[in-house]
Design a protein around this ligand. Structure first.
Ligand code: ARG
Length: 278
């Protein structure tokens, strides 16, 4: 039942920039191409929930990251309306199992980026303030934002995590364990060119905007239900939140990498909303 629901919910929203495309079925398990995440390895990963009356439960709609004991960063497109009542949402933290029976956290405030219109137009970020701070525990820890002057290259070690689909056509099966996959970051110009060539897009409007970042390759990508979740890269032995899952054409297709909100661009905005981070 939950599975069906998850299917229905996770295909909502401005998720894909195009219509469904056939994806070769493969037997990889994953985010797409990933595997089970160890408990406590990604302690900032949270699940964003909305209440479903039919199933009488809080169901997963998106991922998110703790960036502070009281703040979660997610994608703006995960929030249905800018002025949504915060009590419509709950946060689940500290467990690799999606419906692991832990308590849910209340949200007291929602800040959608004021310039957000649609994921493919950028500004796809939202901040959620938790009603209470989460206590420090080994499996609940905020992730650090990237320093403003630092470039991420294909040489960096970067990972994606989420409870989203394992292929365009398959949702994550029970027991809904968090999935992880390592991905390569691409240069924006390269990614823009790939999208253009592969989609036959003509005209000079940039598709991959400066506040976006591309990562992934054929068979390694985020997919529906991963949105809002983290793309982290390791910088001098510490993980930095480099991207927020935003959009893509299909999932894990050749020449269509996943597109992320480039967190670095928004560090000043985030700090302004949240106040200084610890
Ligand atoms: N927008 C999707 C969601 O709401 C995520 C899409 C990511 N797509 C991709 N190919 N990386 O879950």
């Amino acid at each position: 039942m939950l599975l069906l629901l998850f299917l229905a919910v996770s295909s909502l929203g401005s998720c894909s920039a195009g219509s469904p495309v056939p994806v070769p079925e493969n037997d990889l398990v994953g985010i797409v191409g990933g595997h089970n995440a160890p408990q406590g390895k990604w302690p900032w990963q949270v699940s964003l929930r909305i209440y479903n009356y039919h199933w009488a439960s809080w169901v997963h709609i998106c991922g998110g990251s703790l960036i502070h004991p009281q703040w979660v960063l997610t994608a703006a497109h995960c929030i249905f309306q800018k002025d949504t009542d915060p009590s419509t949402y709950r946060i689940h933290a500290g467990d690799v199992y999606l419906y692991g029976g832990r308590g849910l956290l209340n949200v007291s405030r929602i800040i959608v980026h004021p310039n957000y219109v649609a994921a493919h137009l950028g500004f796809d970020l939202a901040l959620l303030r938790l009603a209470t701070r989460v206590g420090a525990a080994s499996n609940v820890q905020p992730v650090t934002l990237p320093p403003e002057a630092l470039n991420f290259t294909p040489e960096d070690e970067c990972w994606l995590t989420g409870w989203g689909r394992t292929s365009y056509y398959k949702s994550l099966p029970p027991p809904y364990r968090l999935q992880q996959v390592s991905v390569q970051v691409l240069e924006n110009a390269v990614c823009d060119q790939q999208y253009r060539n592969a989609s036959g897009h003509t005209g000079d409007r940039q598709l991959i905007l400066d506040d976006m970042l591309c990562a992934g390759s054929e068979g390694r990508d985020s997919c529906y239900g991963d949105s809002g979740g983290p793309l982290v890269c390791r910088v001098r032995r510490s993980w930095r939140l480099v991207g927020v899952v935003s959009w893509g054409y299909g999932c894990a297709l050749r020449d269509f990498p996943g597109v992320y909100a480039r967190v670095q661009t928004y560090v000043p905005w985030i700090l302004q909303q949240v106040g200084e981070l610890p």
